[in-house]
Design a protein around this ligand. Structure first.
Ligand code: BV8
Length: 257
């Protein structure tokens, strides 16, 4: 990894002068914590059909199977730790006046790393709700034991309980989406870390930012549709590039002090 790449210097200079940074993340930011991504060759969708395991239809067809898949992922997410990428993203809050993390991930690792403003577009695996919203949408339920592998009923109405995550064909939480779109349209810079940009409407956020003249930095070993609107690309694992980027921003900060 070339520590002094032009893209790193351009990215660091942009972040050092930003008043409001948005960090938009996907499952790639959690890869070095040991969690699978979705569309990589070893990703979740290589084993599980998303329409069977991440859609309301799939849950209706096989609630026990979907429950088990989420229970197994939740156990894993509790066993792993935030990695250097999550920690560097959280540490940027000490150098930039306003940092908003917008994540597609449901693992809660940004919060565990210390990020203080996290918008979870696709929900959180550690929260459960009634699948019938029997007391209003959403009807949150007590979080079951992560090792509970048997589908649980809503204690209020008996319908199936389910993880509070957004499945394909479901709308994103309106308040979260609104805050995320506003942050994307008003930030000075957006750091896009570990996402293939394959899922809408989340994948539109970098375009919103670019349309409002934000500088886009992409951190990803691969190119994606977002690459073409990025002013700098750090081509490699987030766990390596994010600490280097944090250090480079800190160097600029210290030199200006
Ligand atoms: C919606 C659940 C409006 C939680 C997820 C037909 C019917 C209905 C909707 C649609 C339709 N056709 C299209 C749509 C829209 C659909 C969509 O976008 N489909 C795509 C696939 C074509 N979207 C929706 O349905 C959304 N809702 O549109 O509502 C509506 C309402 C009613 C009726 C109609 C419409 C809801 C989308 C949310 C789906 N839920 N997950 C969970 O179980 O996790 S999606 C899933 O994809 C995750 O949330 C994930 O975060 C997200 C995006 O994936 P990525 O995070 O980017 O992961 P991926 O594996 O793809 O990429 C990883 C990247 O990391 C790669 O680039 C890789 O190179 C990189 N990487 C790898 N290692 C590293 C790394 N980067 C850095 N460091 C490393 N070490």
């Amino acid at each position: 990894m070339n520590r002094h790449g032009h893209d790193l210097d351009r990215a660091a200079a942009t972040l050092a002068s930003a008043a409001h940074l948005v960090v938009f993340t996907g499952s790639g930011v959690s890869k070095e914590s040991g969690l699978a991504t979705f569309r990589d060759v070893d990703g979740a969708w290589a084993q599980y059909d998303p329409m069977d395991y991440a859609s309301p239809q799939g849950f209706r067809r096989n609630p026990q199977g979907v429950w088990e898949w989420y229970a197994q992922r939740r156990q894993q997410m509790l066993e792993v730790e935030p990695n250097p990428a999550h920690l560097a993203i959280a540490a940027l809050e000490n150098l930039i006046a306003e940092v908003t993390v917008i994540t597609q991930n449901i693992d809660g690792l940004h919060q565990r790393a210390g990020s203080s403003r996290v918008l979870e577009l696709h929900g959180n695996i550690h929260r459960y709700k009634c699948s019938r919203h029997c007391r209003g949408e959403p009807t949150y339920l007590p979080t079951p034991d992560p090792f509970e592998e048997t589908l649980q009923p809503c204690p209020y109405c008996g319908a199936h309980a389910r993880p509070d995550v957004v499945w394909f064909g479901e709308s994103l939480p309106p308040d979260v989406w609104e805050a995320a779109a506003f942050a994307a349209m008003t930030c000075d810079a957006m750091l896009v870390v570990g996402t293939s940009g394959a899922v809408e409407p989340a994948a539109s956020l970098p375009r919103y930012a670019r349309q409002h003249r934000a500088f886009i930095v992409e951190v990803n070993p691969e190119t994606t549709p977002i690459t073409q609107i990025a002013g700098a690309a750090l081509r490699g694992p987030a766990g390596e590039w994010m600490p280097a980027l944090l250090e480079a921003v800190r160097d600029i900060h210290d030199a200006q002090a």
